[in-house]
Design a protein around this ligand. Sequence first.
Ligand code: PLP
Length: 395
Amino acid sequence: MRMSRRMENIPPYLFVEINRKIAEKRARGEEVFSFAIGDPDMPTPDNIVDKLCQAARDTDNHRYPETAGLPELRRAIANWYQKRFNVSLNPETEVLPLIGSKEGIGHMALCFIDPEDVALVPDPGYPVYAMGTILAGGKPHYLPLLSKNKFLPDLDAIPAEVLEKAKLLWLNYPNNPTGAVASPDFFKRVVQFAKKHDLAVCHDGPYSEVCYDEYQPTSFMEVDGAKEVGVEFHSFSKSYNMTGWRIGMVVGNAEMIDALKRVKSNLDSGIPQAIQQAAIEALTGPQDAIKKHNAVYQRRRDLIVDLLNDLGLEAKPPKAGLYVWAKVPDGYTSLDFTNDLLDKVGVAVIPGTGYGSSGEGYVRLSLTVPDAMLVKALSRLAGWQNARNRFTARK
Ligand SMILES: *Cc1c(COP(=O)(O)O)cnc(C)c1O
């Protein structure tokens, strides 16, 4: 067998390695508490699951779906954007449902990137932006997200020769993993910058509904001119706890959406229709579950952030998203600290460097630890300093 050179550049997906270590410990009978994975722990709301069960019995849904998605779903997405963000979208040309937003994010690179082309990718960032680029034969150019810039990329720092080759600009706010949010002013600057340098913008916004303290995240689509330069990826996964059903969407620039639809129509055969109908229920049914879930996350956020600061890990409470981005104590790298936590107190977090080299010095903790486990997980975490002191004393 001779596999492609492309395969040599594909590392295993980030969580594979961490899950392997956790599984090993558990196999030895050790208890492990994981703050590692960003997958909502609470179930999909009942009204959505009921709709899905009912739709599964409808024989019309047993056949191939259309790549473009059900017209009713595209309309429901457009209406939701109108209601939520006051953004008008044409459901025929400016909305495309996806098999989860990860799928669309990965495939978008095929629409823009030829060998040697560049995509501008946030660092730290969701790994798919860079991997999609690499699989298409292109090169990611990483934009450091630094605390001193409020974890926004410094667009003016991108070298001119990079900008010449760059075709795509990836952004993600509310941000995974840093928990940062972006203002409308930042998005306005992005639109100007994209026009000036002929960049297509892909904003990834799956956390727009996961927010705290009355804060309401902005959609990239809200700013003037956004639709001329870009699209926004969104998802049912985090808003409605639907990660397992695999459904998301992309909205905005019609040319970009048409290109992605052409790629997808040659690779996949759409989203199971029963799941599309469940997604319509999610958008058009009662929305109270969102508030309820956010209240749970907010309480966990405060417990986690307080404890981290007590332990000397600087962390700010995020205004949105599912993650706390915490500074590791002096004298540790992200990876050292991650291993130390796992080995000494059986607590799993993600090293910041798993999301890119600018994540060095940080770890990510997810707010999706079930309440029943959180108290114990926190008390384990609280024991880290004692465990460390005991360990140092013995040495
Ligand atoms: C969770 C997540 C997604 C993926 O969402 P799916 O719709 O489940 O594929 C995309 N982007 C970011 C930044 C995420 O954290």
